[in-house]
Structure formats: structure tokens, C-alpha cells
Design a binder for this molecule. Structure first.
Ligand code: NFE
Ligand code: MG
Length: 576
């Protein structure tokens, strides 16, 4: 008899996500549903507004990647109006993007996803002296890993446990059979968890140097940037440099070695060596570092080419044809099911809810509940498709495609990681690979992000332009878009302007691609696809599901452009 497991909500993400899976008699997942249960509709709010305000409004889509949407909103309008911002503005935007990526990826690995890999309670059994030695196996200059710091870390965790309340570490699956780190390795990672909390402040300050504040910076404007005084102030520039180095040092001496350590320990754990998900990958150009170069290039790679790449056969990377992007809503809570190009996109809500079911709860009692209707609509996330096919976006897609393109800055880090872990290139096509690629992406930014800074300093000596001038002709119609790579993958914003105001605005967001429901043909999105074939050790502790979903760094606020305060079902899991 098949059983259904509901994980709702998935915590340590942004927004609200519910995952339901059907498992067979061997506890192997045979079907999966990814559902977002919240909606706000920012795209609708933008209609009729002044396009110069789009950036400010769309950055409210999300409290995490506020800068991504802000920049996307500004650049979509620039693209529509045919504006080319000056180089100083482009490079300043890159410096702010450095802050965002270094912040976001560190927070994801340590504070959101880390506890899927790290058993905090096991760290209590560690010998701090041995742990201090162990840390040197993965880097010659460990961060926050002296025996004294590790002892203090252990004491802090022990105090939580003594109080019978694990504080930030409560309600997890401690002791789960699929945790693979030794107590000493767990202690190292817990110490980095605490250190990374401090560094969140550093990264936020780094963004605020040019952005005035964080979250929701406010120094970008259509045509350029307004932080002119900061660009002329050596003290502000020096402060940026110091904070960048602090973040980069943490990436190189904590994040990198910790992922190597996890890669070695988890290389045979089936719940992370599978789960590639949708094998068609998509990434976009981002991080302009001088007049012509970007840290990352763009491309689309279909599944067979990804397989060919990792098995050493000839492969191709396609150039994006943006006319092939659509979003459809056959299985999403919207009225119009058809697949529309984003310029024509629409989002009139049609909430049909969940269906009634009987459930056995964790006490073995039968109870009435609601579950996803296998034949109906089940999420606020739309289904983006490329030429009718689902794509996976995010660090895995970005690193694999840039590796395939021979991007030297990426290749050097990937090759080092494979050498340090002894993992084969095929290991990239997995949950472990997705987590490693995010770290690799952060390291590429940490190792090269200051090039934009140097270019900016040099350019400021000969050019003081920070903003292009432009005119909006009320009698003309405009359309334009931004397509770029943000921490969770490819983000695109599409705008049509008529009579001087926004006529239609659509955001197609990374989490929308990855958390996509099935489409009209029944083809799954990447979260769902990653779960198929997964064996769950203990149905009452579905850590493997959470680990796979977290590896995408879900942001449902972005995916459905929403926020909500009530009406959320808070059950942790149910089995029937
Ligand atoms: Ni809300 Fe976002 C990023 C965007 S995610 S975090 O990165 O755009 O789908
Ligand atoms: Mg949208």
C-alpha cells in the first residue's frame, strides 16, 4: 500500500513551502508535489505605476534577495527605455552584488541548510582538542577552531541542552541515521555556524556602504546609481575592501573546507549522491568586472548534454532564445491555464484548496485532514518552461554551464574541489553537487569580486559619470527585460510601458523555476523530480526530504511574490 508523507511547513527557508510525497512499500518516493500556500500579487500592484518606481516596489517581493529584485526592476526599465548606464554605475552594482552573494550563500549553508548535514547534539561528544587538529586537515588557516573557542562552543550547546531547550537548534532530527560527520567535525561546523551569525552583520554593512541600508538598499536609480559621495570617499572605499576581505576569508577558510569535509563524509550517502532533479540547466551572465567581462557567462544546457559533459563526451551549450520562455498555470491556483510569454503573463487568482483525506497522525490515531489533489491545482507557484520543458536554475546550473564553457575562474575552483575531495566530476549531478556548487560560486566571487573594485577605482580617475540621462516619451510604447543570475538562479523581470506608465510587469523567479509544479503534460519541476526514487530511512523523520529541498535554497516569497501572516497549517508531518 502506498503512503503519503506531508512536510508542512519546511522550515529554515524564506516563505511557506509544503511538500507531499507518495512512497511505496519500501519507503521509496514514487511521486512528489511541491506546493506554496501563499500569494500576494506584487505584479498586479505594479500596473499603472511610474516605471521609475518599479525597482523600489519589486524589491518588496522578498526580504532576502531585496537587492536582486531592486536591480532587476531598474535594469528591466533601462532595457525598455534603451538606457546604457555608465561603467561606474555598472561596477558599483557589482560591488553590491558581491555583498549579496557572500551574505546569502554563507547564511544558506550555515543557518538554513547546514543542520541537514551537521548533528549539533553529536558535537557535545567531541574532544575539542582533537577537533582543533581535525580542522587543519581541510585548511591551513582554520576560522574559529582553536581548542579554546571549540570548548566554549561546546559549552554553549551544552547549556541549551541542560535547559531542556535547544533554542535555535530545537525540533530537528538529531541522531538521524543519515548524519555522517564525526562529533569533532560536527563541533567545527557548529563553531562556524556561530561565527557566520556575526558575519551576517559584516555582509549587511558591506551592502549598506553603497546601498545606504540593508535590506532594501536604495541607491540605484533608472540610469545609474546615486551613491556618488561614497564613491568619492576613500574611507568608505577602504571600509568596503576590509569587509570584503573578511567575508572572502571566511569563504576560503571555513565555508570551502567545511564543504570539502562534508563532501568526504557524505560521498556514499544515497540521499545526497542522487537528486539531481531536472537535468536541463539554465544560467545567466552576471557580475560585470570591467568594461567588457563578467564573472559568469550565460547558457542553456539540456539533460543529454549535461550527461555528455560529465561522462567526457562531446556536448553543446545553447544560447538562450528568450522567446521560448513561458509560464503556465494548469496546476497552479490561477484562472488562466495557458502558457504565456512573460510579456503577456497574467495572474488572476483561482484558489481551489486541498482535498479531504483520512490521515494517521504520529500517535497512530485516524484524523481528518487535507491533502493535495493529485488531479487538481495545488500551488501558487506557476510552471515556467523553456521550449515547453522545465529547467533547473541556481548555483549547480551556473557552475556546470560555466565549467562547460571553459570559464577559467570557475574551472580552477571546481578542479581544486574535486582534487581535495577525490570526488569524480559525475558527483556534481546530485544534492551534494548542488550544495558544493553554491560554495564554489561563493568562492569564485570571493576570489575575483575585487576586480570590479579595482576597475571602478581606475575608471573613477578618468570618468565621473554615475547616471545616464533619458526621457520617457508618453506617446511611445516600450518593452524590456532584465535576465540575470541571482543567488538562487536565473531571475527575469519583464516590463511593458504605455502612456508613460507600466502596462504589464512579470517576474519569473529562480524559485519559480525550481519549485514549479507539474505542467499540462504532467512533467515535474526540479524539486519534485529530485525526490523521485529517494529512499526514506524513517517515515516519521523525513530528514532526507528536507535535505534535498533545502539544497535548492527555497524562497517562496520570491517564487509567488508573497507574504502572509495567517491561515498556515503548521503540522510537521503526517503519514497515512
Ligand atoms: Ni527571495 Fe530570490 C534569489 C530572487 S529567489 S531570494 O536569489 O529573485 O527565487
Ligand atoms: Mg511572476
Amino acid at each position: 500500500m502506498s503512503k503519503r508523507i506531508v512536510v508542512d511547513p519546511i522550515t529554515r527557508i524564506e516563505g511557506h513551502l509544503r511538500v507531499e510525497v507518495i512512497v511505496d512499500d519500501n519507503n521509496v518516493v514514487t511521486e512528489a508535489y511541491s506546493s506554496s500556500t501563499l500569494w500576494r500579487g506584487i505584479e498586479t500592484i505594479l500596473k499603472g505605476r511610474d516605471p521609475r518606481d518599479a525597482g523600489f516596489m519589486v524589491q518588496r517581493i522578498c526580504g532576502v534577495c531585496t537587492y536582486s529584485h531592486y536591480k532587476a526592476g531598474i535594469m528591466a526599465v533601462e532595457n525598455a527605455l534603451g538606457i546604457e548606464p555608465p561603467l561606474n554605475a555598472k561596477l558599483t552594482r557589482t560591488l553590491m552584488n558581491n555583498a549579496l552573494f557572500l551574505h546569502d550563500h554563507v547564511v544558506h549553508f550555515y543557518h538554513l541548510h547546514g543542520l541537514d548535514w551537521v548533528d549539533v547534539v553529536s558535537a557535545l561528544k567531541a574532544d575539542p582538542r582533537k577537533a582543533a587538529e581535525e580542522a587543519f586537515k581541510y585548511t591551513d588557516s582554520p576560522v574559529a577552531c582553536g581548542a579554546d573557542i571549540l570548548m566554549a562552543t561546546q559549552k554553549r550547546v551544552a547549556e541549551f541542552v541542560k535547559k531542556g531547550n535547544l533554542g535555535p537548534f530545537a525540533n530537528a532530527y538529531w541522531g538521524h541515521a543519515t548524519y555522517k560527520l564525526t562529533p569533532e567535525q560536527n563541533l567545527i561546523a557548529v563553531s562556524h555556524y556561530l561565527k557566520a551569525l556575526e558575519l551576517q552583520r559584516t555582509a549587511a554593512q558591506m551592502m549598506a556602504i553603497f546601498g545606504a541600508k540593508q535590506p532594501h538598499p536604495q541607491s540605484l536609480t533608472v540610469g545609474g546609481v546615486t551613491c556618488v559621495m561614497d564613491l568619492q570617499d576613500p574611507a568608505r572605499l577602504g571600509e568596503y575592501m576590509t569587509k570584503f576581505k573578511e567575508m572572502a576569508d571566511f569563504v576560503n577558510h571555513a565555508y570551502y573546507p567545511d564543504v570539502v569535509m562534508a563532501g568526504l563524509a557524505y560521498s556514499k550517502e544515497p540521499s545526497v549522491t542522487g537528486g539531481l532533479g531536472v537535468a536541463n540547466l539554465f544560467t545567466e551572465k552576471e557580475f560585470q568586472i570591467n568594461a567588457k567581462d563578467f564573472l559568469f557567462e550565460s547558457g542553456v544546457m539540456m539533460g543529454e548534454d549535461v550527461v555528455n559533459l560529465i561522462t567526457g563526451k562531446p556536448f553543446k551549450v545553447q544560447t538562450l532564445d528568450e522567446s521560448k520562455i513561458t509560464e503556465e498555470a494548469t496546476r497552479s491556483w490561477y484562472k488562466d491555464n495557458a502558457a504565456y510569454h512573460p510579456y503577456e503573463g497574467r495572474q488572476e487568482p483561482n484558489y481551489t484548496g486541498f482535498k479531504d483525506a483520512q490521515t494517521v497522525n504520529d500517535k497512530g490515531e485516524l484524523a481528518a485532514t487535507k491533502v493535495i489533489d493529485e488531479n487538481g491545482k495545488y500551488t501558487w507557484v506557476k510552471a515556467p518552461r523553456y521550449d515547453g520543458k522545465p529547467l533547473q536554475v541556481g548555483p549547480l546550473a551556473n557552475i556546470v554551464i560555466n565549467y562547460a564553457l571553459g570559464n577559467k575562474r570557475v574551472k580552477v575552483v571546481v578542479d581544486k574541489f574535486l582534487k581535495d575531495t577525490g570526488l569524480p566530476i559525475t558527483a556534481v549531478a546530485s544534492t551534494l553537487g548542488r550544495t558544493a556548487c553554491r560554495m564554489i560560486e561563493a568562492k569564485v566571487v570571493a576570489d575575483n569580486g575585487m576586480e570590479a573594485f579595482t576597475s571602478l577605482i581606475n575608471n573613477l580617475k578618468v570618468d565621473d559619470a554615475t547616471c545616464a540621462s533619458y526621457k520617457i516619451d508618453k506617446n511611445k510604447e516600450y518593452k524590456g527585460r532584465y535576465i540575470g543570475h541571482v543567488p538562487r538562479g536565473v531571475l527575469s523581470h519583464w516590463v511593458k510601458i504605455k502612456n508613460g506608465v507600466i502596462e504589464n510587469y512579470q517576474a519569473v523567479v529562480p524559485t519559480t523555476w525550481n519549485a514549479s509544479p507539474k505542467d499540462a503534460k504532467g512533467v515535474r519541476g526540479s524539486y519534485e523530480e529530485s525526490l523521485i526514487g529517494l529512499k526514506i530511512t524513517d517515515l516519521s523523520q523525513p530528514l532526507e526530504i528536507v535535505r534535498i529541498i533545502h539544497s535548492y535554497d527555497p524562497c517562496l516569497a520570491c517564487a509567488v511574490h508573497v507574504m502572509d501572516t495567517k491561515g498556515n497549517e503548521m503540522s510537521s508531518y503526517k503519514v497515512n
